[in-house]
Write a protein that binds this ligand. Structure first.
Ligand SMILES: [Zn+2]
Length: 604
């Protein structure tokens, strides 16, 4: 693999040899001229360079989304000229590169139109009420200009207001980035917004909300204030002076992305008010806030520096995403933003999901990390792959408990993250051996074997043993920790969704009864034992059968009528619960307290 230090030296020397003027910057005008048609006109002014041609690129992906997005597909009407207005010739040399000729000793001005209608990808979206601009999908760069300051001037409708993690310039629609990398990691939200400010530990915070919905912004501000205070339980110090929470409350979008000192959180406009919905909002905010350190300040070598033109491989993405999912609960629990009961519910869901994830026997979290760029969900994904978030969470949990045990509760996985922040902050990076060294530094023990088994291997997890360390146990019913005597229900392994013609199979769990009967995704089920099955009726009909009985399923596969004989199995009737042990000892209670930061729950 190409050495990153070598890469950096080349980049720096190229930069100084080619650039003529000192204190140079790239000046960018983004004119949101036809918001209702999702269009903006972008003009970029570059300083003189000693090169007879320059390659200008748009990234092929954006930070935080490890997937090729082909962002250059929204660019039209590209033109290049010099500062005297002379047109310069250009040609596209690959999908995201525009090569401009005769550039020697000239100031170059590029202009092009951007079509911005990708709301859910959190790249670029313009409509008549706002614009969200992640510059990786809007602003071009060259290898010469990437390290320069970038000055963005927005030209927007009169009543719009603009926000970003970037410093503002001469007016509220002007932003200054120290480099292109900072620019692309600091999205801009401009439009009709609700805006709130607060301050915690001498840091300034903002909450900017676009859209209408059933949110209570006063409650959001109150809870975000509590949330951001909790970072001190993991890291010593803040990497920012100002941080912006951007929220899109809208239709047709969901998910969130971390940035260097801001985040963009998208939610369905009516998914804020119930406790369940609100908890999911604040958990996402916690996740993105953890990323401000984990990945924005310290990240694996494969992602340093970012290569915007191709995939950036790393077998440590589980530590980027899964550990963030794990650490988000540290903030939520310590801030009392989530109760222990609510935490137990999420743990139980994660354990159940893991137990119905056959992919855990086919792929390790290290392999899943490396292949994140080509990962897909769906039936194959579930049966043959693991997810860096879900399984990365479990790997982080295992590691945390292992450290707590080995150090007699004096150190935890939180210390690993603080040391990554203190010792491997950008422009440095970290590799697997750095994490292993930190683990040894903290515990005095070698983690090679552990790593082999849990990160590079696909061994199972004994949840009963794990939970017992913190005085917790699993239950499917009234009898605590009694999984065998629990009530059961029949199980096929099929997941279905209503379809106009019947029930469409969305997944078949590997090695389940339906799998053994040869059923597969997209089969359309119409009857059980010769009687028609109405939409959503399958669960009800299966109640009439007992485990080990066989049923005949009639279904269409690509319009051809077929039947399958499925011998029913059984699964617990109730959902898995995590419960505090009635007779938890002091050692277990102490473990729980160090793990979560809150007291072991009292018996009710
Ligand atoms: Zn994440």
């Amino acid at each position: 693999m190409f050495n990153y230090k070598f890469k950096l030296i080349i980049a720096i020397s190229l930069f100084f040899s080619q650039l003529i003027s000192a204190n140079a910057s790239v000046k960018i005008n983004i004119n949101i001229e036809q918001p209702e048609h999702h269009l903006a006109l972008v003009e970029l002014k570059f300083e003189r360079v000693n090169k007879n041609h320059i390659n200008f690129h748009l990234p092929t992906w954006r930070t935080g989304r490890y997937q090729t997005l082909n962002l250059a597909n929204g660019i039209r009407e590209f033109s290049a000229k010099d500062s005297y207005g002379n047109v310069l010739s250009w040609e596209k040399t690959d999908k995201s590169t525009w090569q401009v000729q005769d550039t020697e000793n000239k100031k170059i001005i590029l202009s092009y139109q951007v079509y911005a209608n990708q709301l859910a990808k959190r790249t670029r979206h313009i409509d008549d009420s706002h614009a969200f601009l992640d510059s990786s999908s809007v602003v071009m760069y060259s290898n010469v200009s990437r390290g320069l300051a970038h000055e963005v001037q927005l030209i927007v409708p009169n009543e719009w207001r603009s926000f970003s993690g970037l410093e503002t310039g001469a007016n509220e629609h002007q932003f200054i980035a120290s480099t292109y990398d900072q620019l692309v990691d600091s999205p801009i939200e401009t439009g009709i917004n609700e805006h709130h400010q607060f301050s915690v530990d001498s840091r300034q915070y903002e909450l900017v909300i676009w859209g209408e919905g059933n949110f209570d912004s006063a409650k959001m501000v109150k809870d975000l204030q509590i949330l951001v205070k909790q970072s001190k339980h993991i890291w010593q110090g803040y990497p920012f002076k100002r941080y912006v929470f951007m929220v899109h409350a809208t239709s047709g979008a969901g998910g969130a992305t971390e940035h260097v000192n801001s985040t963009i959180i998208q939610r369905s406009r009516f998914k804020f008010s119930t406790r369940k919905d609100y908890l999911s909002f604040i958990a996402v905010a916690a996740h993105e806030f953890v990323h401000t350190w984990n990945v924005k300040q310290y990240r694996p070598q494969g992602l340093v520096p970012y290569d915007y033109q191709q995939e950036n491989y790393s077998s440590l993405l589980w530590l980027v995403e899964g550990s963030t999912s794990y650490l988000q609960y540290q903030l939520l629990l310590r801030g009392n933003l989530m109760t222990t009961d609510e935490f137990f519910t999420t743990l139980a869901k994660r354990i159940t999901a893991h137990r119905h994830k056959p992919g855990t026997t086919s792929q390790s979290v290290a392999q899943a990390s490396f292949d994140a760029w080509i990962s897909e969900g769906g039936d194959y994904g579930n049966n043959h792959s693991v997810n860096i978030y879900a399984e990365g969470f479990l790997a982080s949990w295992l590691l945390d408990f292992d450290i707590l045990t080995k150090t007699a509760l004096s150190k935890s996985y939180r210390n690993v993250h603080n040391l990554l922040y203190q010792q491997h902050r950008l422009p440095k990076s970290y590799q697997e051996e750095d994490v292993l060294n930190i683990l040894e530094q903290i515990t005095g023990e070698d983690y090679q074997a552990w790593w082999q088994e849990n990160i590079e291997g696909t061994t199972g997890i004994d949840f009963r043993l794990l939970l017992a360390q913190a005085g917790l146990e699993m239950s499917y019913g009234k009898n605590i920790n009694d999984e065998s005597s629990t009530k059961s229900k029949v199980w096929t392994g099929l997941k279905t969704k209503p379809n106009t013609h019947g029930l469409s199979v969305s997944s078949v769990e590997k090695n389940s009864p339906a799998w053994h009967a040869g059923m597969t995704t997209d089969d359309i089920i119409i009857a059980i034992d010769g009687l028609r099955l109405a939409n959503k009726e399958i669960e009800n009909r299966l109640k009439d059968f007992k485990p080990k009985q066989s049923i005949t399923i009639t279904y269409f596969r690509r319009d051809k009528l077929r039947t399958a004989t499925v011998q029913l199995a059984e699964i617990p009737k109730n959902k898995l619960k995590i419960i505090p042990m009635a007779k938890a000892n002091e050692k277990q209670k102490a473990f729980f307290k160090v793990w979560t930061g809150v007291d072991f729950p009292q018996k009710k």
